[in-house]
Design a protein around this ligand. Structure first.
Ligand code: ATP
Ligand code: MG
Length: 235
């Protein structure tokens, strides 16, 4: 069964029609990349999937179960992990507290889950070192690692990543890329990645290209041509 299916999604901000009949799917163990220039609607799409925005029409199915009417926290518990653009780390909480927040998405929440899975320290050793540090005192790249770890601690079946390498120093970009590949291999989950770095985009299995809120091209990433790259990637 398909892990995620979005069918004919239409999302508006007030009267402005942003997403137009978006169809997109992600399979288990698959990395799918959504590309498109600034402002085309990529974040609007991810927010529609997690439930921060309500599409006016269309369907969203996680392993066949309809999600459209469920609030974000239920979608999280059903298996969608979300790493927002800009990371949204809670600055005044410690790294450890930020991580524990991610475990609210587990069945039973924090009441029934107290232990942070050490897998995330294997992925991002820096987080272990800085457990007691304030989230706001980490570098941008470290905050991104924390945001990914926080989402993983909810044991998602599908991880949504919104520009995880935006504004991050190149050596950490590579670490994040390696970690995402390892997450898919070892946890068997699906990933939907919004990304501008071509090298990272090329790690995905398939891509969808968005323009003015609609999907205008899709295919295997190995077939991604220079023309498509020039048209849909900003960097
Ligand atoms: N809260 C909002 N209210 C009204 N319009 C919005 C709102 N958020 C975004 N938009 C508009 O919706 C469109 C799509 O925005 P969105 O943030 O989804 O684009 P994006 O593809 O994620 O861009 P970027 O690459 O810059 O992150 C843009 O024209 C944007 O100006
Ligand atoms: Mg965006």
């Amino acid at each position: 069964m398909t892990l995620l299916e979005a069918r004919n999604l239409n999302t508006y901000y007030g009267e402005s029609h942003i997403l137009r009949d978006v169809d997109l799917s992600v399979r288990h163990n698959e990395m799918v990349c959504l590309i498109g220039r600034n402002g085309v609607g990529k974040t609007t799409f991810l927010k529609s999937l997690i439930g921060l925005l309500t599409p006016r029409s269309g369907g969203i199915f996680l392993e066949g179960n309809p999600l459209e009417r469920k609030p974000p926290h239920q979608r999280a518990r059903l298996g969608i992990g979300y790493v927002p653009q800009g990371r949204e780390i809670i600055s005044h909480l410690s790294v450890e507290e930020n991580l524990l927040l991610g475990m609210e998405a587990l069945p039973g929440g924090l009441n029934q889950n107290k232990k942070i899975d050490s897998f995330i320290y294997e992925l991002f050793p820096i987080l272990h070192k800085f457990l007691a540090r304030r989230g706001g005192d980490l570098s941008g790249g470290q905050q991104q690692q924390l945001a990914i770890a926080r989402a993983l601690l909810g044991s998602p079946k599908l991880l949504l990543l919104d520009e995880p390498t935006e504004g991050i120093q190149p050596n950490i970009v590579q670490d994040i890329e390696t970690a995402v590949k390892r997450i898919i291999l070892e946890k068997g989950i699906g990933v939907l990645l919004v990304e501008q770095h071509l090298h990272f985009v090329r790690q995905a299995d398939r891509y969808y290209a968005m323009q003015r809120g609609g999907i205008v091209a899709t295919g295997q990433t190995e077939d991604l041509s220079q023309a498509v790259v020039d048209k849909f990637l900003s960097v």
